[in-house]
Design a protein around this ligand. Sequence first.
Ligand code: PLP
Length: 395
Amino acid sequence: MLNSSVPTLLPVYKRMDVAFERGLGAQLWDDRGRRYLDFGSGIAVTGLGHCHPHLVEALTSQANALWHTSNLYEIPALQKLADRLVANSFAETVFVCNSGAEAIEITVKMARRHFFARGLPGRHRVITFEGAFHGRTMTGISAVPTPKMAEGFAPLLEGFDVVPFGDLAAVQAAIGPSTAAILIEPIQGEGGIRAAEPGFLAALRQLCDEHDMLLLFDEVQCGLGRTGNMFAYEGMGVVPDIMALAKGLGGGFPIGACLATARAAAGMTYGTHGSTFGGNPLGSAVANAVLDVMLKEGFMADAARRAGVLRERLQGMAARHPEMIAEVRGKGFILGLRTVQPAGDVVARFMELGLVTIPASDNVVRLLPPLTVTLDEIEEGVGIIEQAASRAEAA
Ligand SMILES: *Cc1c(COP(=O)(O)O)cnc(C)c1O
């Protein structure tokens, strides 16, 4: 049945009954003045916490100088951002866009275009993995077309072969003469903080080398310091040919990027892609400010040390409260609690006690605190989780 009435805001989200008004670091305040501890970071976006002074300064001073020009002109801050991403990763070239889905869009386009440019347009299929999330564009939902994401949107984009996550034999079986690339989240975020085994990623790298395919990493969620390294691939010892970034890159300002080797990007010549907003002065200024903080000597090591403390506390709690926590997953500050009760209920219970977390598939509650979260805030967050567990036990 078609319903002819609709809320003024398209009802594609089920929203919790809370409206945040102000944030500082890992803290949020709602419109009733209530304080929360933010272990969600707006889904791994505000990686340096809310209103980080260096980011506020970069945003406001750029806002007073120039917001937008166009990619028809030189944008020095964008050039600087690209140079820094290249200097600090495997990549040799960068395209800047506005979101994760857009970063995936060019990642897939670039892979296809690579083979086209080599006179191999038939090499266009991409192997993807069950449980992965690559955004809500037609490319994203076609890459892993679950009923939840893809129902009613047919015809989908052709050319994706979905195999079980971690199943090397299935990957091998899916490789055919038209396979161009393998696309994987090194750590599945929406899928429930499921990390690929380093050995599995290494085997994918080897398959790509053997079969002349490209390895594409979606680090939209797990990149930008979440894992304790700037990029997840660094800690897993496997280097991709193309990588999509977004979420944490702007610390809350919408910006995404596609990083690639010169060889992988060889088909992306003048006029083959573009974006009106991508890399505009405002976004580039903020992303550069994020890099200023994250690239500072010792920043990642310090974040990783605090993340280790959080993980240790969670592990202890899982041992004490098996009736609530079945498993602790992930690494660094991309952590998941697989819960015994429905994850959504647990998230709601944490929220009542003032702790913001994010549900994921596989009955997982995601803990994605800002990388700047203090040890005191970690103890406070853990205390709330403990309190929720004890209450559940008493009930
Ligand atoms: C969030 C996410 C996307 C999509 O990013 P949007 O900015 O929402 O378009 C893609 N891939 C992964 C792994 C994500 O977590």
